[in-house]
Ligand binder design. Structure first.
Ligand code: ISJ
Length: 181
């Protein structure tokens, strides 16, 4: 799975993020995936028999490594960086990179550092305080015609996390339409 990291992490880091509201995605065939405010993992579960997460890498990221727009969203803080691939029946569907500020990894949220291969969405969206905002979209290179990516901030007990996801070419969102072929 590290090949996904090598391929997509640089593309996510240099992505040109645009506010989702400015993109007229409602009613678009991809919009209902990109604008999902609830758990993507729960949604993927309904599209396969076995939904799994492969942990690619996890480690500390110093605040000096954050780019300005990341700092604006989660603060100028050291973070735990978690990179995973989400798979439906063994097929890679999403590459995701999550920044969890150390200031979020406190109290009840300390367990976020110990998720391993448990989907982050299962943990976050079972909490009644969970919400998602600052949804942004980008098109990045990949597949035959480019791939969709999105970034959003999750809040858990008033504490933020930043999740960036690339929808890989075999993700169900592209199967429902032939629009990009
Ligand atoms: C945020 C969610 O969790 C998903 C699971 C992730 C993980 O386990 O690291 C990362 C990003 C998401 O695609 C979600 O389900 O919406």
């Amino acid at each position: 799975m590290s090949k996904f990291n090598q391929l997509y992490n640089p593309l996510l880091e240099s992505a040109h993020w645009q506010a989702a509201q400015s993109m007229q995605l409602e009613g678009n065939e991809f919009g209902h995936w990109l604008l999902e405010l609830d758990s993507l993992s729960r949604r993927f579960e309904r599209h396969c028999e076995h939904f799994t997460v492969s942990l690619v890498e996890q480690g500390m990221l110093e605040h000096s490594c954050l780019v300005p727009n990341e700092r604006a969203l989660i603060g100028d803080v050291d973070c735990l960086q978690r990179k995973v691939v989400l798979l439906g029946d063994g097929v890679p569907w999403v590459y995701a990179r999550t920044l969890i500020p150390m200031t979020t990894l406190t109290g009840q949220e300390r367990d976020l550092a110990e998720l391993g291969e448990m989907p982050l969405g299962f943990r976050v969206f079972t909490d009644r305080s969970a919400r998602r905002d600052a949804l942004e979209i980008a098109r990045i290179a990949g597949g035959e015609t480019g791939l969709w990516a999105r970034r959003s901030r999750l809040w858990l007990n008033g504490k933020p996390l930043l999740v960036a996801e690339v929808f890989l070419q075999d993700a169900p969102m592209y199967k429902e339409t032939q629009a990009w072929r």
